[in-house]
Design a protein around this ligand. Structure first.
Ligand code: S3P
Length: 174
């Protein structure tokens, strides 16, 4: 495996925790795109959104993605919106393997209730607003997520299952 593996999916699906475990199993380096963006700009994601706006964030995100994507084999967890802007999904498919960590909106709601504070798109929403934004955004973003080489139901299988899938020679699983 000499290409990056990109983990993508909606906020709260578990890209970072899955990525860390997967990197350990496969003996690969783990990169979290949001943390790279924060290190580069010396600001949190929330501060970037607040001070410079989403458009600025999306440009920075796409630039740093291309920077990291060119570095050979590693596991790269990207942000929930990354695949949906600036042809990033096509870019990731062209340089590496893409894995969509698919999760139901019910599971996402449970997880995002706890983890919404650091996510500027949902930080100030109440439960019912959160539930409807998950459904709306997920249905818009699915079009991009579905372009992944592998669509992996994170609710039904383990990280070990995913590592076996990636170690095999299978090119695409939908
Ligand atoms: C975003 C998801 C976040 C982060 C930013 C925007 C999105 O990453 O990149 O807050 O547009 O869905 P996570 O998916 O890791 O929360």
């Amino acid at each position: 495996m000499n290409e990056p593996i990109f983990l993508l999916g909606f906020m709260g699906c578990g890209k970072s925790s899955t990525g860390k475990k997967l990197a350990k199993i496969l003996h690969l380096n783990f990169i979290d795109l949001d943390r790279e963006i924060e290190m580069h700009s010396q600001k949190t994601i929330a501060e970037i959104f607040e001070e410079k706006g989403e458009e600025y964030f999306r440009t920075l995100e796409s630039n740093i993605l291309r920077n990291q994507g060119g570095r050979g084999s590693s596991i790269i967890a990207v942000g929930g919106g990354t695949p949906c802007f600036n042809e990033n999904m096509d870019y990731m498919n062209s340089v590496g393997k893409t894995v969509y960590l698919k999760s139901s909106s019910g599971r996402l709601l449970g997880r995002l209730r706890q983890g919404k504070k650091k996510r500027p798109l949902i930080a100030n929403l109440n439960d019912s607003e959160l539930s409807s934004i998950i459904k709306n955004l997920l249905s818009k973003r699915s079009e991009f997520y579905q372009k992944a080489d592998i669509i992996f139901s994170i609710e039904d299988f383990s990280v070990e299952d995913l590592s076996l899938l990636l170690s095999s020679d299978i090119k695409s699983v939908k």
